[in-house]
Design a protein around this ligand. Structure first.
Ligand SMILES: [Zn+2]
Length: 233
């Protein structure tokens, strides 16, 4: 990896982590990682670093078996979630694991994730992994990857989310929109019977809300600016 590419990924992980704290998608726990392109190694913050004040030089280099190769301090307890995804999904370049409160509610009821916001169609019926414990071992992580399958995200029962993508800004966008969709569903359900986005509407929405670079960049830059103004970047 070139120095530029290393610096860019470390900066993106740092900014994404702080922006996710600000957007209440991460709290004192949870982590965002990025595969070092073309390798079986990835960058991930250390276990004990504050997610609100993470710096680029604190970030560790870890292999797909979870072994720390560079950097100080232990890797997060649930590094296995990331290593398991990178081992099983060569197409994935970035992973986020958090404990978003609204999305996680959908692991506690007999009701699959529905779309109520127009952009929410990407999260309809996302898989729910049945193991509610911390994902610490390679076997547990392989089981999470199996639940994820070819989906871009899944939920962990009573626990949180796993969001995968081809870049850190995409992890941010999907984490944000999954949680906003879930929040809207919960709030709307207190007003009356939910009227989720229909399969016919999904086809129309795929045209206007397909993942594309302009939506990813626009959202990323908006939250960067918001975080700067709030003193979080
Ligand atoms: Zn967790």
């Amino acid at each position: 990896m070139t120095q530029d590419s290393d610096t860019k990924l470390r900066t993106q992980i740092t900014e994404c982590t702080r922006m996710m704290v600000m957007a209440e998608l991460l709290d004192y726990s949870g982590h965002v990682s990025a595969r070092i392109p073309g390798t079986d190694r990835f960058l991930i913050p250390p276990r004990d670093a504050s997610r609100a004040g993470l710096t680029a030089d604190e970030i560790l280099v870890v292999d797909v078996n979870g072994k720390v190769l560079e950097g100080k301090g232990p890797a997060p307890t649930e590094t296995a979630i990331h290593s398991g995804v990178y081992r099983n999904r060569p197409d994935v370049l970035a992973v986020g694991h958090g404990h978003p409160p609204m999305s996680t509610l959908f692991t506690m009821v007999d009701r699959p994730m529905v779309a109520v916001r127009n952009y929410g169609f990407r999260f309809i019926g996302i898989p729910i992994h049945p193991d509610p414990t911390h994902i610490r071992t390679a076997a547990q992580a392989d089981a999470v990857a199996k639940t994820l399958g070819q989906c871009s995200c899944c939920l962990l029962r009573g626990h949180g989310s796993v969001v995968t993508a081809s870049s850190i800004p995409e992890v941010f966008l999907d984490s944000l929109e999954m949680e906003e969709n879930a929040r809207s569903a919960v709030h709307a359900s207190t007003l009356g019977k939910l009227l989720p986005i229909t399969s016919e509407e999904v086809e129309l929405l795929k045209v206007s809300f397909a993942r594309n670079t302009y939506r990813i960049a626009k959202t990323w830059e908006h939250y960067q600016e918001k975080a700067r103004l709030a003193g979080m970047l």
